[in-house]
Design a protein. Sequence first.
Length: 285
Amino acid sequence: MTQSNRRERGRERHRGAVTLRRQSITGSTADQSLLDSRARADWKTKDAWRALRILSEFVEGFDTLADLPPAVSVFGSARSKPDSPECQLAEALGAALARAGYAVITGGGPGVMEAANRGASEAGGHSVGLGIELPFEQGINEWVDLAIDFRYFFARKTMFVKYAQAFVVLPGGFGTMDELFEALTLVQTGKVTRFPVVLMGTDYWQGLLDWLRDTMAAEGKIGPVDLELICVTDDVAAAVRHIVEAEAALNVEQEAVREEAVARTAAAQQAAADAPTATDGSAGG
């Protein structure tokens, strides 16, 4: 009997372009080091260099995703089992979005993210995963065709918004809630316009929706119109249709703005051409 010469792969962690395995894996992440206020003595020597690393993550993300077709970011729990209702819904959603011409962007992990990536990939669409360095390594799921590993949450979160036309949020935990309320805040404050936010898994979200209406809105912390920022459905076709219609409406608005700008420019040019100049008229003798 011969023994295999292959070494056990063991645990693995990604830090941007760097891959750590086995004893090389440290106990902290780049985000932890950045946000740790106890290490202030190191700030003057380390944070200037850290700023360049942060900049490199934005450059890498912008450069990699610049040619991506219209996309939708899909969020949900990494802990959901493959046969759970939310994973089945996510897989159907990923396929429907791909057939509608959208790329699907997820956090690249397991659970709901993997299901959405699988649906998009099997339907022949673009399947994108934006991974993050975590103390408990998840890794990029096998259904991601284009992956970027980030050290910093804020760089990653920028890519989720910048390259998506909509968010679809399925049942999840704190990370999912974070993405949901960040999207709602950006829309509410006008940082992004006509950015559909779709909640799927109505039973799961009902308690939150009741609290938003009966407590937050009732006490005036948000306006009644803010509740209209959320589309709630379990119908995949309805979710995709909502996204498509919002994009079409935005295109109409942008075209109207362009036409108005062209008309104003033409009017200003005509007015300038018709205005008398200092040399017009006859000179007195």
